[in-house]
Design a protein around this ligand. Structure first.
Ligand code: ATP
Ligand code: MG
Length: 390
């Protein structure tokens, strides 16, 4: 049976003059995400995007899953395509909608005609198909007001479309429509969720990861790359920049007063990430910080950390509870990978009692003991890039 995927554009519809470029971006992102699955013809009409497989045998379940991960659509559904003929419509609906019709007790058929030459009116077509479906599925009761399931039959110029149940789309805005930012990606639960939230707001991402071999292992790095891989299902390919951080961390451990270690390390991360972000045309940094979650995420510590950043820092999780973050991590399927027990560079060198209310003057005095300019330039030069998701 021939099938198409339909995507209803969301917020982008409201964007006035930007609408065309948002739509173009959405169509491009959709095409890129369906491409690995098979060739699709993609068209748009009145804020609905139609993706039709251009050859037989395309895995439509995989395509549907991919379509639900493209930001910018509020609803995604599948429809069977058949000839514009009442018998063909009925026979197709009877088979195609079987799983839905068998799992509900009430239903409604709603018809729309783009092709006004079709011999039946919308109402007559709905009644005809609804009546015949009820003969085949006698447990069904028609319910015009609160049906458990509604199917839409669309008579378009080229064919008739019979819609299965609609699913929520990924929402948000097309990736890339709001520019590009660098996410500081650890192997933890929080930063992948932060990355996802900002991609949903239309940001294209690069990732910056700080690794401290041999204190952090190859497997810890693989975990981060795997998390980036999961994100690419929503964002398309992502460049991951792996910064060698061991020398900087050991210098901090050896020279800075213990309680200031963490904030000094985080400032160094901000400087390096800012430089890499600028080199790669990013307009902001993204972190997974949440107010008060740990000592380095108090208001004072965040203020001092931010002081070292050369770009705005977006912290989409700042007001969220851990529970809420975990719920999202499960939804986007990063959670199971995030909780694998490999070490992060932050945890390896964490002092016993980090300062919860660090002072900027004391931070700067402690920082002056270390030649950060040289260490950081070298770390940036030695940074390795891997592109994930192509
Ligand atoms: P996460 O779950 O994202 O690791 P966290 O609760 O463990 O966060 P921290 O370890 O204090 O918190 O890190 C705060 C933020 O700093 C992280 O969300 C991430 O954006 C960034 N970060 C921490 N460690 C690294 C790292 N090794 N590489 C890149 N960014 C990091
Ligand atoms: Mg962490």
């Amino acid at each position: 049976m021939e099938e198409v995927i339909l995507l209803k554009m969301g917020e982008t519809v409201l964007k006035g003059l930007n609408r065309r470029s948002f739509e173009a971006r959405f169509l491009r992102n959709l095409k890129n995400s369906l491409n690995p699955i098979g060739p699709f013809d993609i068209s748009i009409s009145q804020s609905t995007v139609y993706a039709s497989p251009a050859e037989d045998g395309v895995d439509m379940d995989a395509a549907f899953r991919a379509a639900k991960r493209v930001f910018g659509a509020v609803a995604v559904s599948r429809a069977a395509v058949c000839a514009k003929d009442v018998d063909a419509i009925f026979n197709t609906a009877k088979e195609y909608l079987r799983p839905e019709l068998m799992s509900v007790n009430s239903f409604k058929v709603e018809s729309k005609r783009a092709d006004k030459t079709f011999p039946l009116t919308s109402i007559a077509l709905s009644q005809e198909i609804g009546g015949r479906l009820q003969d085949v599925y006698p447990h069904l009761k028609p319910d015009m007001h609160h049906p458990e399931f509604q199917t839409d039959i669309e008579i378009r110029d080229t064919a008739a479309y019979i819609h299965a149940r609609s699913h929520p789309g990924a929402g948000g805005m097309p990736v890339g429509s709001n520019g590009r930012a660098a996410v500081l990606l650890s192997g933890g639960i929080d930063s992948p969720v932060a990355a996802w939230m900002m991609a949903k707001r239309g940001l294209e991402l690069i990732c910056v990861h700080f690794a401290s071999p041999p204190y952090t292992s190859e497997r810890a790095l693989d975990k981060v790359l795997k998390l980036a891989g999961i994100l690419t299902e929503w964002t398309g390919p992502i460049g991951v920049f792996i910064v060698p951080f061991t020398q900087i961390q050991t210098a901090i451990r050896d020279s800075a007063p213990g309680p200031y270690n963490t904030v000094i390390m985080r400032r160094s991360m901000m400087r390096i990430a800012s430089a890499l972000a600028k080199q790669n045309h990013c307009g902001a940094l993204i972190t997974g910080e949440s107010l008060g979650q740990v000592a380095s995420q108090t208001m004072q510590a965040i203020t001092i950390t931010e002081d070292a950043a050369a770009l705005p820092v977006f912290r989409p999780l700042i007001g969220m509870d851990k529970e809420e973050i975990v719920t999202l991590a499960r939804k986007i399927e990063t959670f199971e990978t995030s909780i694998l027990p490999y070490e992060d560079c932050c945890t390896v060198f964490t002092p016993q009692h980090p300062k919860t209310k660090p002072r900027l003057d004391e931070t700067l005095t402690a920082e002056a003991l270390i030649n950060f300019a040289e260490l950081e330039s070298q770390a940036i030069l030695d940074t390795e890039k891997q592109v994930i998701g192509i």
